[in-house]
Design a protein around this ligand. Sequence first.
Ligand SMILES: O=C(O)CCC(=O)C(=O)O
Ligand SMILES: [Fe+2]
Length: 290
Amino acid sequence: MTATMPVERLSATASGADVAAVLARDGCAIVERLVPRALLDRARAELEPHLAATPVGPDVFSGRRTRRTGGLVARSATCRDVVMHPVILGAVEGVLGHATSFQLHLTQVIAIGPGEPGQQIHRDQWAFDFFPFPRGYEVQCNTIWAMTDFTESNGATRVIPGSHRLEDRLQFTYDDTEPAEMPAGSVLFYTGSLYHGAGANQSESVRYGLNVTYAVSWLRQEENQYLSCPPEIARTLPDPLLRLMGYQRGAYALGYVDDMRDPLDALRGITSTSVALGDLDAATARVRSQ
Ligand SMILES: O=C(O)CCC(=O)C(=O)O
Ligand SMILES: [Fe+2]
């Protein structure tokens, strides 16, 4: 198979719903220059000691010339705004809104060093133990922000537009893919079902991408947000960000604390139970209305 469709590009005036419409059709989309490049430079400056201390990957899939630095909510105030960007959350709501709620799945700067070969083409949802989700049933919505320009030569993410509709467990070569080239400040969206992989870095400089992914709240998070962001930092964060990180119940009861306490109450030291029975009625009504 050879890729025939280019990656759709939207301007920074696009709404989350616009992005979600393209994701439903193609499984991927680029929004160009959604934030000023300086914002991502600031994130990189905040993260610099951590980036410098991160070892290269332990295996070929992670990349032996690639450094993956996570814990970004704890480590970078700017990354908190990126995670909560309204266009991103609108698009994610459009893709994952069939579930009761969605949550932050992982945060990671992916710094691909010169000489790194291309990554195996894969679906990110294979992380869920290769469970064969029904076609069209999206469980994950991903973003990768270009912190540096993404070019074909420096390892721009390779994608196969439309491949979210294909069979599971397919194998592709580089020739089947398109490079998601984009200037710094732009963001590539791709569903968990889209076949893609990091590009080979044949340039002299490091390609920095900021990977922030979201998944339905009934699946386990890839990056453990409760331990990646220590409670003393978590307690300083705003409620909407904390809920997105997982300090809320998924569906009716997933993730409650002791006597059915809401996890956000538990973090804040509120001792009384706050689970309202009405929530089950609301959840049931929601399922019935689908
Ligand atoms: O860094 C990239 O461009 C994509 C990396 C990726 O797809 C992954 O590690 O799952
Ligand atoms: Fe991936």
